[in-house]
Write a new protein. Structure first.
Length: 270
């Protein structure tokens, strides 16, 4: 500051100048802060706190179902941070082939209904994590005699290796009917897994398989999850150029992960 007798110092947190001035009533601190920087800092702090709760890193909130109390906390975590309250009215449940279903993340109550429908196995594409959604699902499946399988060989916004997709196809082919496939929303990972199942196990056309990735299931091709459509587009282009090849063989011999990853550049995503 240019005022006489003023001392300018820097706030290390906000990196904004502040001035302390002498005045008749004693020293008075005047701080000039960049409102945008303050807002950004507050947002980052809140986001970090939210992520800690989301990841179950605060006490026993969302990471334990061993007692009635911790299970209640896990249910709160499930509804608030895994958005289960939205899935109470929208299940995204659909039978893709006789005895093969897809949906979004089921609640314990829905797992009970699926057991009554005759579902014997559930395949979760969300990986095995010690968080509310998986802990509650494990508990409900054990209670109702359903076998729960989890895998992380699926991604909604990125391309995996051909080896990973082959592993997913082999897993899908090994599960006895009736079974259910799900991810979080039932739109993207479950959509691709459904498409791969239809291609490999049901002999469906590429056109039929691509219907599994559509707005009917809340899949948005125009977003980063469009990379899943791009992978099937690459397979379809290969079929037209070189003739028929089973999807498993294609991932094993012709799939090019770098071409798949070009989707990000093509769409100019950050």
């Amino acid at each position: 500051m240019s005022q006489r007798g003023a001392r300018v110092w820097s706030n290390p947190t906000l990196d904004a100048p502040c001035a302390r001035l002498a005045c008749p009533g004693g020293q008075r601190t005047i701080k000039r802060r960049d409102n945008f920087s303050i807002g950004a800092l507050m947002f980052k702090t809140l986001k970090r706190g939210f992520k800690r709760f989301e990841r179950g890193e605060v006490g026993q909130f969302g990471n334990d179902v061993s007692t009635p109390r911790t299970r209640r906390l896990a249910m709160w975590h499930f509804h608030l941070f895994d958005h289960a309250f939205l899935r109470g009215i929208w299940t995204n449940l659909y039978e893709i082939a006789p005895g093969v279903w897809r949906s979004n993340q089921p609640s314990p109550a829905r797992i009970k209904r699926y057991a009554q429908m005759g579902i014997k196995t559930i395949l979760s594409l969300r990986g095995d994590k010690d968080l509310s959604f998986m802990l509650l699902e494990k508990q409900a499946c054990a209670e109702h005699g359903i076998t729960l399988i989890s895998t992380d060989k699926a991604a909604a916004r990125g391309a995996l290796s051909g080896k990973d997709y082959v592993a997913l196809i082999d897993l899908l082919a090994s599960i006895p009917k009736p079974f259910l496939i799900h991810c979080k929303s039932g739109a993207d990972r479950a959509g691709l897994a459904s498409a791969l199942y239809l291609l490999h196990c049901e002999g469906a056309s590429i056109g039929e398989a691509k219907k599994m990735l559509s707005f009917r299931f809340m899949h948005l091709k125009s977003t980063k999850t469009g990379i899943l459509d791009h992978i099937l587009d690459l397979y379809e282009a290969d079929l037209k150029a070189h003739g028929p090849i089973p999807i498993r063989d294609w991932f094993e011999t012709r799939y090019d992960i770098e071409k798949a990853r070009m989707f990000k550049t093509m769409r100019s995503f950050p």
